[in-house]
Design a protein around this ligand. Sequence first.
Ligand code: NAD
Length: 445
Amino acid sequence: MRLSIFGTGYVGLVTGACLAEVGHKVVCLDIDAAKIDRLNRGELPIWEPGLEAIVSRNVAEGRLEFTTDIARGVAHADIQFIAVGTPPDEDGSADLQYVLSVAESIAREMNTFKVVVNKSTVPVGTADKVRQRIEGILRERGVALTFDVVSNPEFLKEGAAVGDFLKPDRIIIGAGSENARKVMRELYEPFNRSHERTMFMDVRSAELTKYAANAMLATKISFMNELANLSERLGADIEEVRKGIGADPRIGYHFIYPGCGYGGSCFPKDVQALARIADDVGYEAELVKAVEAVNNRQKNVLFDKLASRFGGARALGGKVIAVWGLSFKPNTDDMREAPSRTLLESLWAVGAEVRAFDPVAMEEARRLYRSREAFFLASDKYSCLDGVDALCICTEWQAFRAPDFDEMQSRMRARVIIDGRNLYHPERLREMGWVYDSVGRPSSL
Ligand code: NAD
């Protein structure tokens, strides 16, 4: 089948590459000409395991193209995906300007029937807005063309996006017409070979399912962080509590790790947006709002621990602090809303100097904080520690799990680790003479 995808970011590029991989002919569009130029030169704008090979293979075999030419993209296919950003507006609600602008572009250029598939995460009711926007423009143009609007939210995880897309837990399709369901079933047929993964539902339920999934996951994290903070105050160990509750199959072990807060381009914005969606229909989503509040507080935990170790925030002025891990989670270079950024900015605010290392997010960190003084990006995890007063760990990259503690000690001014991901055994570190504080476990501070 042929399809076009508006938006060549994490979701659009992975969707395009993976749908080409199973044999469809895909045109990916973006308004960012520099991004399209890079892709046409064979460079990927994002770091995502396994993506480069799929992109280059499908480009070489003629199933995947990149362009800024909207008319060409619209003419290429009956199926038009919208995969553009839906960033938070000032009040936290999802900003739909990019989604609606794509709807307009499609409406202006279309000359035949289209199925418009929304893959962006959007508030309930957006499909209706997309439909109205397209109808309005078709009326202006004085043409009588038919189209369907489908909701097909995306559940891929950055860092595992290719695998998630090729072997999805489920494919959610919200469609109001039999014809749209038929087209979508055929499009995703290659993913249903081992068992049926596609779930058809009404459009509004599909739109809400995406927010429900992200809010549920964020709730699990905030809940565990709340209990971690309590454990510290009660002299309990959250890791023991985690294992104790995870053994109950109704709870399970997945996604109940305490830490220094969730980040990324999805959880923070989607939790906020869900709260605003509820406000709009006059419902106070108390739990959802608390999830966000707990997370905002948790992002300060590393700084607070550091400050209490050094005798107050002001005492951190002039100190040199190492930070391991800048991306919001391992296996991605994405630093949007990353807990590391809250820590970096708090450290700079009190006049501390930062030496940082991340296995892949260095270029992104340079781009974000290019003009920052008091910020040094080290070439490896050990040189990052040269002359520092303490190390903070923000991301649980594999490379940080079993470091050479002797090497670390020989480079650092003091043996202090504040670990936002509970990577090491507190007892072992204490035996080795480290001051070690983590989240929700007894500390040696
Ligand atoms: P992104 O910011 O990486 O990419 C969006 C792209 O859309 C950009 O390249 C931008 O230039 C382009 N764009 C904007 N307006 C356009 C237009 N009118 N025509 C063509 N291109 C245009 O965003 P993303 O992370 O891929 O997220 C896209 C959507 O998918 C969001 O709604 C997000 O919430 C959702 N989502 C993201 C993830 C994720 O892990 N990143 C997972 C599931 C769902």
